[in-house]
Design a protein around this ligand. Structure first.
Ligand SMILES: *Cc1c(COP(=O)(O)O)cnc(C)c1O
Length: 474
């Protein structure tokens, strides 16, 4: 088959998928083993055969989870903005690595433009940053920067013989923090989890106590994280009191805004949720979550000059690849990164940014917050449902009220499974104060009030079904 025909055939499949993406069920669910059988992965056909190749593509699409579907309410991302999808296609076709100006000239300038735009928006004057593979990596890199800021010699000597370093995070912080503590040689025991208040925010007196105890026992508290939008509850740690403690203890203050950092696009929401952000030491935000850019798309910003980041990241002989030309301007973004090959993530962000603009993204977050308010109101109104904890921001943690004698957690877990397997809806779960909650997240521009109503109706119907089956039993 000639190339043009191949592309035409591909586009037909894409158009077909895209057309139906919000129709019918969000997934044609098969369990692991039946799906393995159905896919016929061992099938030998295919060598040099474009027809066979497209059969594989069709099989993939037949059981793909339609993340654009309004019943897909499970994760912090859903679907992807069309401008960014266009960016992804171009990136795939032009396959290159964004580590040097040589191989990725336009991407380098777009990424620099992105970084400057975001630094200006956040208010990190003279700062620097990079696009990373996501906030898990960004959190690790921020922790590493904090470690090397305090002990620059750690880069050569490691942590052997160093004072014992301690990091502190919200008890509900993302698990990537524990992984970072492992990777960086701190050990997860030295990642202290700060108990939370009724709003799911770190209790400042508790943090203060941990800081004092750590110092008294000869430890060094070097890294404190404010989570801007915790994973399950969506709580925002207060940044101002942490700034005061930073003056006293001299730690690095990182803000993990992977999820809730998107409020920075709206002046109103930023004043409400993240007023003191500009004074933090570093900040991470995932564009691929609330902002809808295609996965993965992240920015990590430092309130430090680029030379600092270069110091932190560089190691080994890079002379074969990086050729810093005349002048001070960083040309090769790979010099500020821990990766060698780097995916081009700048184009999809750039296209989204130009297409929607800050005003469009601000409207989007504001609308999501209104929809969350609407969803909470529905839970309060519908007798079958209840909130597990009051809503803090964008996360709606609720459950089906199970009757006396039926424990709520296994019942709601079973309800969730039934919703999923029947292809009716996919919603996440998480624990709030030890209680299992269904976690509704709205990050899909195709979701409005009618879709939310429909979702709650599905939950209620499914709950009733389960109850009817139970009472049918002897
Ligand atoms: C999603 C999330 C992360 C992890 O981000 P990835 O981009 O998925 O690696 C970290 N922290 C918080 C608060 C998150 O919501």
């Amino acid at each position: 088959m000639e190339q043009d025909k191949i592309f035409e055939r591909l586009m037909q499949l894409v158009i077909h998928y895209y057309h139906d993406r919000d129709q019918g069920k969000f997934v044609d669910y098969l369990d692991l083993e039946p799906l393995r059988q159905r896919l016929g992965l061992e099938d030998e056909r295919g060598r040099g055969d474009w027809d066979a190749l497209f059969t594989w593509v069709e099989r993939y699409l037949a059981h793909a989870v339609r993340t654009d579907h309004p019943a897909y309410l499970n994760r912090m991302w859903a679907g992807a903005n069309l401008p960014s999808v266009i960016g992804e296609v171009i990136v795939a076709v032009t396959n290159t690595s964004a580590c040097t100006f040589e191989t990725a000239p336009v991407s380098t300038l777009m990424e620099k433009y992105l970084l400057q735009t975001m630094l200006d928006l956040v208010g990190f004057k003279g700062g620097c940053g990079q696009m990373t593979t996501g906030s898990s990596n960004a959190n690790m890199l921020a922790m590493m920067a904090a470690r090397n800021d305090l002990q620059p010699e750690a880069k050569q000597r490691g942590l052997f013989g160093s004072s014992h370093l301690v990091a502190m995070v919200n008890a509900d912080a993302h698990y990537s923090m524990d992984r970072a503590a492992n990777i960086l040689g701190l050990g997860t025991d030295h990642l202290l989890k700060v108990p939370v208040d009724d709003h799911g925010r770190m209790r400042i007196p508790a943090l203060e106590g941990l800081l004092a105890e750590t110092v008294a026992s000869g430890g060094k508290p070097f890294f404190v994280v404010a989570t801007a939008g915790t994973t399950v509850r969506g709580s925002y740690d207060l940044v101002e009191p942490l700034l005061k403690l930073r003056e006293r203890y001299g730690f690095w203050l990182h803000v993990d805004g992977a999820w809730g950092g998107s409020v920075i696009f709206s002046d109103r929401l930023r004043r409400r949720f993240l007023p003191a952000l500009a004074q933090a030491d570093s900040f991470t935000l995932d564009f691929h979550k609330m902002m809808g850019t295609a996965l993965m798309c992240n920015v990590l910003l430092f309130n430090r000059q680029p030379v600092f980041l270069r110091e932190v990241c560089s190691a080994g002989d890079e002379s074969y690849i990086f050729h810093q030309g005349e002048g001070d301007e960083v040309r090769d973004l790979g010099t500020l990164s821990l990766q060698c090959g780097r995916r081009v993530d700048s184009l999809k962000w750039f296209l989204d940014w130009k297409f929607y603009g800050q005003a469009g993204l601000a409207e989007r977050v504001e609308r999501y917050l209104e929809l969350c308010q609407y969803a909470e109101d529905q839970v309060d109104r519908l007798p079958e449902l209840e909130m597990v904890a009051p809503r803090e921001s964008f996360n709606v943690c609720f459950r089906f009220r199970s009757p006396e004698g039926i424990p709520a957690a296994p019942f709601n877990q079973a309800l969730r499974e039934r919703l999923h397997r029947s292809g009716r809806a996919l919603v996440g779960t998480g624990y709030v104060n030890g209680q299992l909650a269904l976690r509704l997240l709205i990050t899909n521009i195709n979701v409005g009030k009618p879709e939310i109503d429909h979702f709650f109706q599905s939950v209620i119907e499914t709950g009733r079904e389960l109850l009817a089956e139970r009472s049918g039993r002897p």
